[in-house]
Structures are given as C-alpha cells and as structure tokens.
Design a protein around this ligand. Sequence first.
Ligand code: GLN
Length: 544
Amino acid sequence: MGSVRRDVKSKFIIVTGGVLSGLGKGVAAASIGNLITKSGLKVVPIKCDGYLNVDPGTMNPTEHGEVFVLDDGGEVDMDFGHYERFLGVNCKFSWSLTMGKVYEEVRIKERKGDYLGKTVQMIPHVTDTIKEKFFSIALKEDADVTIIEVGGTVGDIENELFLEACRQMKKDLSPSNVLYVHLTYVPVPGGVHEQKSKPTQQSVALLRERGIEPDIIIGRCQEFLEQGLKKKISIFCGIDENAVISGVDVDSVYKIPIYFSNEGINEIIRSRLSIGSGVKPTWKKLVDNLDNLDGEVTIAICGKYTKLEDSYASILEAMKHCSANLKVKIEVKMVDTTDVKTQADVAGVLKGVDGVIVPGGFGTRGIEGKIQVIQYCREKNIPFLGICYGLQLSIVEFARNVCGLAGASTTEAHAGTPHPVIDILPEQKKVTDMGGTMRLGAYPAMMKKGTKIWELYDKNVEVWERHRHRYEVNPDYHEKLLSNGMIFSGMSPDGKLVEFIELPAEKHRCFVATQGHPELKSRFEKPGPLFFGLVKECMRKEKE
Ligand code: GLN
C-alpha cells in the first residue's frame, strides 16, 4: 500500500486512550459519533482490540460483562451496545477487529503465497492488513465518518500495531480527513485539591513517540477542567486550548454528547474535518426529561448474576430509555433468586416492587427461585416480562401449575424430566454435534394480531429481535399450553418456534415474555417495546 487512497471518501476519527483503562473511551467515541449523526452523516464504528482471541465471543462473560449480540449473530463486547445506542446503527461483526483476526488473515495470506517470497513483517504487512480492514469497512458501508476506537491505553504492547496503522492513515488520506482524539485522566488528589495535568502530559508524550499528534484531548475528571489546566495541557501537548475538552463524571452517559458540545467540540470537528455536528433536539429533550422525572416505579430484575451489574447492562440501559421517554424514575432492584425457595420468600423479596423482569440465563442454579417468582407474578397479577430463559421458565411454571404437568422442566436443568417442555430441538441437536451450538442473531417472528405484544410492537406483522440460546419451547407441548390458555403472540415463520408469549388480558394486567433479547435493540430514542409496555403498566394504578 502506501499510496494515497483517493477512493475512500470517509473521514476517520481515531480515538485512543491513556493513563488508565476504564475511562469510558467507548462512550466518548460513541458520543462524538452521536453529535455527528445530527448532520445526517453515516457514522460507522470500528473497535480494535489487541488480544489474540479471534473474537470476543469466546471470552468469559463474567470477566467482561454482558456478551452483546449483533443482528448478524456476532458476539461482541459491550462497547458495541454504546455504539448502537448512540449512533443508531446496527453494527456488524466485522467491525470488531481483534489482533487475533488480523494475524489469522496475515498467516492465511502467507500460506497462500500472497507475499511472493517476501519476509512477512509487522510493518508493513500487518499494519497494511489493519488499514485495509479500516478502508474496506468504510467503503463497503459507504460511511461518511468512520470512528476507530483503539482499545487499551497508549504504551500497551498489544496495541502498538493498531496505533502504527492509525498513524499511517494521515499519510494515506489527506490530513483534513483524519482526526485524532486522545482520552486521558485528570486526577484531583485529595488534600491538595488541584487538577493535575502530568498524567496527560506523559500520556501524550507516549502518543507523540508513536508519531501521533492529538487534535482533541478529552480529560476525564471528577469536575470540569479549569481554564488554567486547559492552558497548561495546551502548552505541554501542543494543541489549542479550546481543543482540551472536559470529560466530567455524569449521572447518565446520555448527557455526554451535550457536555462535549457545550465544551466546544463541534467547532473543532468542523474546523478540522469540515463537517457539521451538534446535539439532536430529540436527544436533548430526553436528557432534559431525565432531570425532570415525575413519580417512581420499582422494577425487580430476578436473576443469578445480580452481583455483576454489567451482566445485565443492556437491560439496565433499556430501563433508562423507558425512564427518559415516560418521564418516570425507575428504581431497579436486583434480586438473587438462588435463595428464593417459597412463595413467602418471593413475597419478601418483591415487597414494594411494581414490576418484575426475569432475564436470560444459563444452567441450573437459581432457576427454581425464578419459577417461584414467575408463579407469584402470574397469580398476584404483577406486571411481568420474561426474557429468553425468562420465557422458558414461564412455560415451565405454566406447565407445572396450570397444565398440571408435574415435574415439567427444561432439559437444560433436568435431563430426565417427565415433561421436557423446553428442549433442544432435533435439528439443533445435529448442529450441537458440529460445534456451532447457539441460535444467534436476529430472527423474525410472525405476530398474532390482537395480542398485547403485537400492539406494543406498533401492530407490526413481522418483528425481528436478536437471539442467543440453545433451547426452545418443545413443539410436542404447544397444544397443551394453548388449550390451557397460554397465548403464543409470535412464532417463527415456519410456525415451529415460540418467539413471544403472553397471558390473556382478562387473566393478567401484563404478563409477557420473549425468546429473544429485546434489550439489545432498545434505544434511548426508541425504548424496546416490551420494556416500555412493562413500565407503562407499572405506572398505572393497580387494577383489581
Ligand atoms: N439457557 C437458555 C438456552 O440456552 C436461555 C439462554 C438465555 O437466556 N440467553 O436456551
């Protein structure tokens, strides 16, 4: 490569981080993108990770938080959740670029003889492969702006080649098409109570050693950066004072685009890249709502990973989306179902709770407790939403307590159950043998007209949600469940798989569940319909 890429019309914003990890680089990158979408430009995010796993789907979710699933079935890290929510795009698996993926490609090319007897080297062969990925994604997606987030912090060995590729971008494109943003940390040590610029200076020095001059520095800090500090950073780091932006701690990430905007980031983006950006009025209105909430509802999330809030990150976001759109404060109560054994236990843990979510999950621990919770919600007319495992266990509860199928269960937890109402379907068993074990990605459901869920989904006949599961409602029991009053509100197009269920309106205020994961597509500007329906119902006065 090395020649100028005139075919790539996209502008590139490259976001790096320094000093510490966990400063919110993903949210910062997504917020910048959010401001740019105001101009109607198409923004495509790429996330670079230095680890050697080919994809993040193979990494332990308890270490990395929720596994985010894309439409195309890609399992990616939680940052893609921010991108989708802030940019309004449906991301693709190929936009998650790991060093494992890059090396694999280089190695395959080498074996095929693509390098024509050359010594295959980190530079240029690996860096060219990285850049080729950036360019080909931008071209294929017809992006106006491509945001590249380089994982980790500057100085990490595993990210050096990504940084080198990013440095070269400025040569390959014209300088007016590339903008470098560096996120650092500005501590305010106790005692002296003074904002300190040294970590930023050192981090920028490391970046400059790699040939990258930042255009914008975002200083993450517990307070707004003082003008004196901005000046100091400006002198030591060789950038304009007004290009030093406060990355102040906020109570809601959805406020960040507004804060960046108030700090003048749009002017810099315009002067450097000649593109417009700003806060979308609809976004601003929702953020204002967050500061003017009226009333309160309490929603319990009853699961087993309750200690790790990140495991349910997207559900918690969906709650915030509902909060902003319905202008109601939502208190989320995490309930660990492992110790819930009886209806009396449920009454105890659900005291003061207006609505219940039983989220997705795997394995045996905590499931009898979840079934107890579901029974309680069904019998006591408490608004309920079951997600994935939550739907499956609602079916188990209904089979046991309404259909009279004693011992009914899912074969995931009880292989020898007399009534396997939830099971792996025969065609999927074959797939299991081949190793690709889960139903992943977006699938359509054909909706049953007149149902509550059909109404919540704006009366669409076809609804797509994302999936991540192995088991299904066993077709051998469909008839039994239906004849006892369960409603299948949405089915796969071939009519075999149950995608949405609900109880009839005359039996329950709001008892809905889905085999999909609607939290993954919930957006600030358009909350997931089932969450919206649940919260709205909780806001109504208890019927009865
Ligand atoms: N464990 C269940 C299955 O594999 C549900 C999975 C989930 O809730 N994501 O089908």
